[in-house]
Design a protein around this ligand. Structure first.
Ligand code: ADP
Ligand code: MG
Length: 683
C-alpha cells in the first residue's frame, strides 16, 4: 500500500536536514502533509509595475537596466551602494544598504529586477531585494507567499522547502471532498488548491485556492461535530426518564408565576431529550434574568419523579446557597429532598451528606466543584445540570457525568453565544435558547458618566435607598492582583460608610471566607444592608429582586459580557432599575463599549457587538472555550461558508450511503483519525 502524506516524515523533503527537521517540529510540522498545509498568511507582491503608475512611498517591483557606474560609500561597518538605472523612459537611482558585493555585478546594460520603496521626489528606489533575469528569475513578476516564521527558519528557506515539497509530492495530494460538492460550489481540486495557495499566479488565483481550502476546513469541522452528535444520539443506552406529564404540570402550577412562551418551548425540548433513550447533551442559553433556574428546577423535578437523583453544579458558594434556598422552597411541597455540598460543608455534616447521597436519601444535590471529588457517589444519578457553563472546563463536566451511568446533561449559560460561535464551539451540543424575559419587567436604564460626576451618583444612591431600594457598588479591578483589588474595595467601603452614615453598608470580596460572604449576602437579601460594596464576586447569578441600582466604578476595565452580567443583578423585580457606569475611557474601543451598554440591554446584542469589537479569538478569553483553531478560515468573515458547510454536512450524514459508499471513504477515514468511532463517544 502507498503511504499517505501524513505518514511521510518532513525529513523526506529535499533540503530538510535533521537540524531543520527539529526546528520545523516547533512549528507543528512533522509530516509532508503538515508542511503542505503550512499556509502563508499573506503575499508579497513582486509583480512588475510601471513607474508611471506608482506613488511615492509604495513598495514596488520594477524591471530596469543598469546605465550608470555604481558608487560605493563606506561608513563605520556599513555601506551604501548607488547606481543610475533606466526603466522605460525614466531615469532614477537605485540604492542598496550593506550590499557592497553587488558592485561588480552592476554592469552597464544589464537587466535587473528591483524590489523596494519608491521615493518620487528624489527619483530614488531604496532596494530591499534584487535579481538578474540572466541568472533566472525567482520572485520577479510573482506573488511571494509570506509565512509565519521565526527562530532558525527563514522566509526564504520555508518558501524554497515548501516549493520543493510541492515538486516531490504534489501528485500524491488526495482529494477528500465529494465530487458533487466540488461541482456545486465550483471548488478547485485539492491538489491544485494547495499548490496555488503557496504559488499563486495572481491574487485572484490565490483567493480561489483559499476559498476551496476554507470550505474544506469548515466542512471537516462540521463533519466531526455532527457525526459525533449523531453517533452519540444513535447510542441508545442513555437514561429513559418516564415522568408523567401530569406530574410536571402539577409542579409548574405550583410556581408563583406563569412560564413564558420561551420557557415552555425549552421545557418541551428538554423533556423530549430526557424521555428519549439517547443521552441528552443540551446547552440552554438565555440572557441574565430570562429564568433559567426554573427550567433547571423542572428538569431536576423530572429526573426525581422518574426515580433518579439530580445534581446542580454551580461555580460559586454564594450561588450554590442561593440555588439551595430556591430549590428547597420549590421542592419541599413535593417531598423532594435537597442537599448542599460545597467546600464549607465539613466534618459530620459532610459525612452524613455523602452517605445520604450514596444511599439515595437525597434526591437533588446542589454544589460547587466539591461535587466532582472522588469521595462523592450517587445511588442513581439521572441528570446533571451545570450553571454558568463558561466557568467550568469540559473535563470537569464529564467527571460529574461519569458519577452516574450515562446521565442526561444540561448546561446553562448566561453569556449568550452569538450565532457565529454557537455553531462552531457548540456544534456537538443541541442548543435551546430563552429568547424572551418574563413579562412585566421594566427595562434597565443604563447611564455612562465621568468620574467628575461622582457626587451626582451618590445623590442617586440616596434617592433609591430612601425609596426602600438597595444598591450595588462594584469596585474596579486594579490589575491582576487580588490583593490590590481587596485593598481597593476596603477603602471604598470606608468612604461609603462615611458618605452614608445612616445606611448599613456591606462589604463583599474574594478574600472573605465562604461563611462571611454568605452572611453578607443574607443580610443584603433581607435588606439589612442597603448598599453593598463588592468586587465582581456578585457577578454570577445573584438574585436580590429589591436591588434597583448597579453602579460600576472604572467600568472601562471590565469586559462587555462582564458588565452585562453585573447589570443583570438589578431589574429582577417590579421596580424601575438603573445601571450607572463610571468611566473615563481613553481608547476608542473603551468608549465604544460604554456606548454599547447604554444602547442595549439585550445580552445577545451585547455579545454580538462584543464579538465585533474584539474578534472571536478574544471573545471567550481562554483556550478552554473549545473554539476551534482554524488554519485559514475566519469565523466571522467566513460565516456564510460555515453555514453552508453545516447544511451540506447534515444532508450528507442523513444519507445512509455515507457510511458505505466508496466515494465517501476519505471522509470516513478522516472521522476515524479524529477518533469519532471510539467507544467513549460522549465525552
Ligand atoms: P437567570 O438564571 O436566567 O438569570 P433566574 O432564573 O434567576 O434568571 O430568574 C430571574 C428572576 O425571574 C427570578 O427571580 C425568577 O423567580 C423570576 N422568573 C423566572 N421565570 C419567570 C416567569 N415566567 N415569570 C415571572 N418571573 C419569572
Ligand atoms: Mg441563573
Amino acid at each position: 500500500m502507498n503511504l499517505s502524506l501524513d505518514q511521510i516524515s518532513v525529513k523526506q523533503v529535499r533540503g530538510v536536514s535533521a537540524l531543520k527537521e527539529g526546528e520545523l517540529h516547533a512549528f507543528g510540522v512533522f509530516t509532508v502533509k503538515d508542511l503542505l498545509e503550512y499556509y502563508p498568511y499573506r503575499y508579497e507582491d513582486y509583480r512588475l509595475r510601471s513607474l508611471s503608475e506608482v506613488k511615492s512611498g509604495d513598495k514596488i517591483t520594477i524591471q530596469a537596466k543598469v546605465i550608470g557606474i555604481p558608487v560605493l560609500q563606506r561608513y563605520g561597518g556599513k555601506s551604501r551602494l548607488s547606481c543610475k538605472m533606466m526603466a522605460e523612459e525614466w531615469m532614477f537611482t537605485a540604492t542598496w544598504f550593506n550590499r557592497h558585493f553587488l558592485r561588480e555585478q552592476l554592469v552597464a546594460g544589464r537587466e535587473i529586477i528591483l524590489n523596494g520603496k519608491w521615493d518620487q521626489q528624489r527619483m530614488q528606489l531604496t532596494v530591499s531585494d534584487s535579481e538578474f533575469p540572466d541568472q533566472g528569475i525567482k520572485k520577479g513578476g510573482s506573488l511571494q507567499p509570506v509565512y509565519s516564521v521565526g527562530a532558525k527558519i527563514t522566509q526564504a528557506w520555508i518558501r524554497k522547502t515548501i516549493g520543493q515539497a510541492l515538486t516531490q509530492y504534489r501528485e500524491m495530494i488526495p482529494e477528500i471532498l465529494p465530487q458533487e460538492l466540488l461541482r456545486k460550489y465550483q471548488l478547485l481540486p485539492r491538489k491544485k488548491a494547495i499548490s496555488i495557495i503557496h504559488q499563486p499566479e495572481d491574487t485572484q488565483e490565490g483567493q480561489q485556492g483559499r476559498r476551496r481550502m476554507v470550505y474544506e476546513e469548515l466542512f471537516l469541522f462540521q463533519l466531526k461535530m455532527q457525526a459525533f452528535r449523531s453517533l452519540s444520539r444513535g447510542r441508545m443506552d442513555g437514561i429513559v426518564h418516564t415522568v408523567e406529564n401530569s406530574a410536571i404540570r402539577e409542579f409548574v402550577r405550583s410556581l408563583p408565576f406563569e412560564l413564558t412562551d420561551a420557557q415552555k418551548k425549552v421545557e418541551l425540548e428538554i423533556l423530549r431529550d430526557m424521555r428519549a433513550s439517547y443521552c441528552m447533551n443540551r446547552l440552554l442559553q438565555g440572557d441574565v434574568g430570562s429564568g433559567k433556574t426554573i427550567i433547571a428546577a423542572i428538569a431536576l423535578f423530572a429526573t426525581v419523579r422518574s426515580g433518579f437523583q439530580g445534581a446542580l453544579m454551580v461555580p460559586t458558594e454564594i450561588l450554590s446557597e442561593q440555588h439551595l434556598r430556591s430549590l428547597v422552597r420549590l421542592f419541599e411541597p413535593f417531598g423532594i429532598t435537597v442537599g448542599l455540598l460545597t467546600g464549607s460543608v465539613t466534618g459530620r455534616k459532610r459525612k452524613d451528606l455523602l452517605a445520604s447521597l450514596q444511599m439515595g436519601l437525597i434526591d437533588v444535590v446542589v454544589g460547587t466543584h466539591a461535587l466532582i471529588q472522588d469521595e462523592v457517589f450517587f445511588r442513581n444519578l439521572g441528570l446533571v445540570v451545570t450553571d454558568e457553563q463558561h466557568r467550568f472546563g469540559v473535563n470537569q463536566r464529564s467527571v460529574l457525568r461519569r458519577k452516574g451511568y450515562n446521565p442526561d446533561v444540561l448546561t446553562m449559560t448566561a453569556t449568550p453565544i452569538p450565532r457565529t460561535l454557537a455553531i462552531t464551539s457548540f456544534g456537538d451540543m443541541d442548543v435551546s435558547t430563552l429568547t424572551e424575559r418574563p413579562k412585566g419587567r421594566i427595562p434597565i436604564s443604563t447611564y455612562w458618566v465621568k468620574h467628575s460626576m461622582m457626587d451626582r451618583v451618590l445623590g442617586f444612591i440616596s434617592r433609591e435607598v430612601d425609596q426602600g431600594r438597595q444598591a450595588y457598588l462594584i469596585c474596579p479591578l486594579i490589575e491582576e492582583s487580588e490583593k490590590l483589588d481587596v485593598q481597593n474595595v476596603i477603602d471604598l467601603h470606608i468612604q461609603m460608610q462615611q458618605a452614608f452614615p445612616s445606611y448599613r453598608v456591606g462589604l463583599l470580596h474574594g478574600r472573605m471566607t465562604p461563611a462571611e460572604k454568605e452572611e453578607v449576602m443574607q443580610a443584603f437579601n433581607r435588606n439589612e444592608v442597603q448598599l453593598l460594596i463588592s468586587t465582581t464576586v456578585v457577578e454570577v447569578g445573584v438574585d436580590v429582586p429589591n436591588a434597583s441600582l448597579m453602579i460600576i466604578m472604572d467600568a472601562d476595565r471590565f469586559g462587555l459580557s462582564q458588565l452585562h452580567q453585573l447589570r443583570g443583578r438589578v431589574g429582577r423585580g417590579q421596580h424601575a432599575s438603573y445601571c450607572v457606569l463610571i468611566a473615563d475611557p481613553k481608547s476608542e474601543v473603551g468608549q465604544e463599549r460604554m456606548k454599547v451598554m447604554t444602547e442595549t440591554d439585550d445580552g445577545f446584542e451585547v455579545s454580538r457587538r462584543d464579538l465585533d469589537l474584539r474578534g472571536p479569538g478574544d471573545f471567550f478569553g481562554t483556550k478552554q472555550s473549545g473554539l476551534p483553531d482554524f488554519r485559514l478560515a475566519d469565523m466571522v468573515s467566513d460565516f456564510a461558508v460555515l453555514e453552508q458547510a453545516r447544511d451540506d454536512v447534515s444532508e450528507l450524514l442523513s444519507e445512509a450511503s455515507f457510511w458505505t459508499s466508496p466515494s465517501y471513504e476519505p471522509l470516513r477515514h478522516y472521522l476515524q483519525q479524529e477518533q469519532i468511532f471510539q467507544e467513549d463517544l460522549i465525552d
